[in-house]
Design a protein. Structure first.
Length: 115
């Protein structure tokens, strides 16, 4: 069982930056692929970024490549998402995800980008 708690969301102007963090419970955190998803108002949840258990392999949605960076600290059971050059279309609730044989989700943190 893994519990995830996101933080770091807020209101930012277009072109600005935010850093989201996800704190995970559980002794086997390092065995999970960690990721971020987002859901904008009226839209389906979509993939943003993911990171292998070792941190060596990363995956990004085309819409955030070059602007967002995912990282993890297995010693601290945390995963972060650094978001730069934010756009209004990045406005969404961002969810942390842990995946192995089961998917676990946090409750989300709201990011609002004003234009």
């Amino acid at each position: 069982q893994v519990q995830l708690v996101e933080s770091g969301g807020g209101l930012v102007q277009a072109g600005g930056s935010l850093r989201l963090s996800c704190a995970a419970s559980g002794r086997t955190f390092s065995r999970y692929v960690m990721g971020w998803f987002r859901q904008a108002p009226g839209k389906e949840r979509e993939f943003v970024a993911a990171l292998s258990w070792s941190g060596d392999v990363t995956y990004y949605a085309d819409s955030v490549k070059g602007r967002f960076t995912i990282s993890r600290n297995n010693a601290k059971n945390t995963v972060s998402l650094q978001m730069n050059s934010l756009k209004s279309e990045d406005t969404a609730v961002y969810y942390c995800n842990a995946a192995r044989t089961t998917h676990y989700w946090g409750k989300g943190t709201l990011v609002t980008v004003s234009s």
